[in-house]
Every structure is written in structure tokens, then in C-alpha cells.
Design a binder for this molecule. Structure first.
Ligand code: ADP
Length: 274
């Protein structure tokens, strides 16, 4: 931001000039910034406008569901497809709204109240069991009960839940999924490891882009919106955290969220006096 006018954005670069001198090159990128702002507002407005008619449609579909017994089978099948697609669209709209909210906000101050991550991770483990259903994944969790985080509970839940749901969706039946919430140096890390399909190295740098998918059909079939990792990236950025992705095709993947020590709160176990 320019110190003179707050609607001016400058890109600054220091370039070598001669042997001992440096040049400060400034470029006015205000137009790019305004365009980006317009794109953001547009996406947020469209998503918001789509929400109401979709809710109405879903209401009608529910009414039909109550009368399902009177329908011939082909109509019953269509009804179930329509409900599936409407739910998917609702997921995309909610994710887009969440992304534009996250986009508009800068980094979060670190003086947030502490979030009980141990409880959150064990709840996510149960959600993963439910999501896995008959696929019978073996799901484990290692949780440091004394480790909490300063941040936004809703955002952190959303980011971690996306990683867990991906692990379930991209791991074939009977595979393993391991959640870990542990100390990492002076900081802490949340890791989701799976023995799933894995990802080719060339795709890894682009995974957190909106709607980027390695295999579009597969992601659609498994019910993804293509926005999950973009949400993860934004939430982590706001918490001063980093996402590390390690993966081997055919062997599995690990998504690790690294939180700096400034965010971590070490709880003290209360002593029990007899
Ligand atoms: P989607 O809704 O498509 O899953 P995401 O943003 O969550 O969208 O993920 C982007 C892409 O990254 C996915 O389409 C998939 O190709 C890949 N991906 C994410 N998580 C995993 C995983 N655990 N194993 C294999 N591929 C993954």
C-alpha cells in the first residue's frame, strides 16, 4: 500500500545497479488489485444469490421424498440423483462463500483465544469412521492432549475436516488413515497420512489452486468440490502456518500443517489433590 493514498498498490523490487548501488523499482499495480477485488466481490455475490433458489429447490425435493412410495422406480432414481446433485451444488456454494470470506481477510492477530484441538481431532476421527462407512478404512489418531492453538475454531475445523475427507475419498477400501496432532520443534503439527492413490509430483504445486484436480471425473464421483485444499491454504495462511504435501503415486500421501510456536498453547495438566 502506498503511504500517500490507500487505494494505490505498489510492487517494489530492489535491483542491483553498478557494483555498489541498488535501485528501488516501483510499479503501480493498483489496477490489478482493483480487478482482483472485483473478482472476489463477484464470486461472493453470485454464490450468495444462488443460495436462496437452491434452498427452495431442496425444500421441494424433500417434499417429494416424503411421497416417494407413490413414485414409479425410474422417478425414484431421478429423485435421488437430483438430491445428490443439489447437495453437491450446495457444497460448492458454501465453499465459495467461505473462500471469499477468507480471501477478504488478512492474517489473523495471534492474540486469539485458544482452541481445543485435541477434542477437534478426536471428533474428526469419528467423522472419518462415519465417512468411510462400509469402505472399512483403518483409522488411527495420535493426539497430544496438552496442545491447543490460538486461532479460529470454525476455520481450523473446516481446514482439518477437508484434509480428513480427502484422505477417506482418495484411499481405496481397507486402506489406512492416520491423524496426528503433535509437537513439532517449538511449534505443533497436524498431519493426515493415507495409503491411498497418491499424487504425481508434477501436480503437487498446483493442488491448492481453486478447482484444480488431478482427475476431474474421480473427484466428482467422490463428491469433492475442488475447493477443499484452497480453503486449507487460506486458513493456514491466516494462522501463520504452512502446508507440506508429501506423496507417492500408488502408495499414499501425507498432508502436514505446521503451526509456529507463537500460535501454540501448552496446557498444564491439573494436579489432583486427594
Ligand atoms: P476435491 O474436492 O477435488 O477433492 P481438493 O481441493 O480437496 O478438491 O483437492 C484437490 C485435488 O488434490 C483432488 O482433486 C485430488 O486430485 C488431489 N488430492 C487431494 N487430497 C488427496 C489425497 N489424500 N490423496 C490423493 N489425491 C488427493
Amino acid at each position: 500500500t502506498s503511504p500517500v493514498r490507500d487505494d494505490v498498490r505498489l510492487s517494489l523490487r530492489i535491483v542491483p545497479f553498478g557494483n555498489h548501488e541498488r535501485l528501488l523499482a516501483a510499479r503501480d499495480i493498483s489496477h490489478l488489485y482493483r480487478l482482483e477485488q472485483m473478482r472476489r466481490d463477484f464470486v461472493a455475490n453470485v454464490s450468495h444469490e444462488l443460495r436462496t433458489p437452491l434452498t427452495v429447490l431442496m425444500g421441494y425435493l424433500e417434499t417429494f421424498e416424503d411421497m416417494e412410495d407413490e413414485f414409479p422406480s425410474p422417478l425414484k432414481r431421478s429423485l435421488s440423483h437430483m438430491q445428490g446433485q443439489a447437495t453437491r451444488m450446495q457444497g460448492i456454494i458454501e465453499d465459495l462463500l467461505m473462500l471469499s470470506r477468507l480471501d477478504g481477510e488478512g492474517p489473523m492477530a495471534s492474540e486469539q483465544s485458544a482452541v481445543a484441538i485435541p477434542g477437534l481431532v478426536s471428533a474428526l476421527r469419528e467423522d472419518a469412521e462415519a465417512l468411510s462407512g462400509t469402505a472399512g478404512h483403518r483409522i488411527s489418531a495420535e493426539i497430544d492432549e496438552m496442545l491447543w492453538l490460538r486461532g479460529d475454531a470454525k476455520e481450523l475445523h473446516s481446514a482439518f475436516a477437508n484434509l480428513v475427507s480427502n484422505a477417506v475419498r482418495y484411499t481405496p477400501m481397507g486402506g489406512e488413515i492416520a491423524l496426528r496432532w503433535v509437537r513439532d520443534g517449538a511449534g505443533a503439527s497436524f498431519e493426515v497420512r493415507d495409503t491411498g492413490i497418491g499424487i504425481d509430483p508434477e501436480h503437487i504445486p498446483r493442488l491448492t489452486e481453486r478447482f484444480y484436480r488431478v482427475n476431474k471425473d474421480r473427484s466428482r464421483d467422490t463428491g469433492g468440490t475442488g475447493l477443499g485444499l484452497a480453503i486449507v491454504k487460506h486458513v493456514l495462511q491466516r494462522h501463520g502456518a504452512k502446508l507440506v504435501i508429501r506423496s507417492r503415486p500408488g502408495e499414499g500421501s501425507a498432508f502436514v500443517c505446521l503451526f509456529p510456536s507463537a500460535r501454540v498453547v501448552h496446557k498444564v495438566r491439573e494436579s489432583h489433590i486427594a
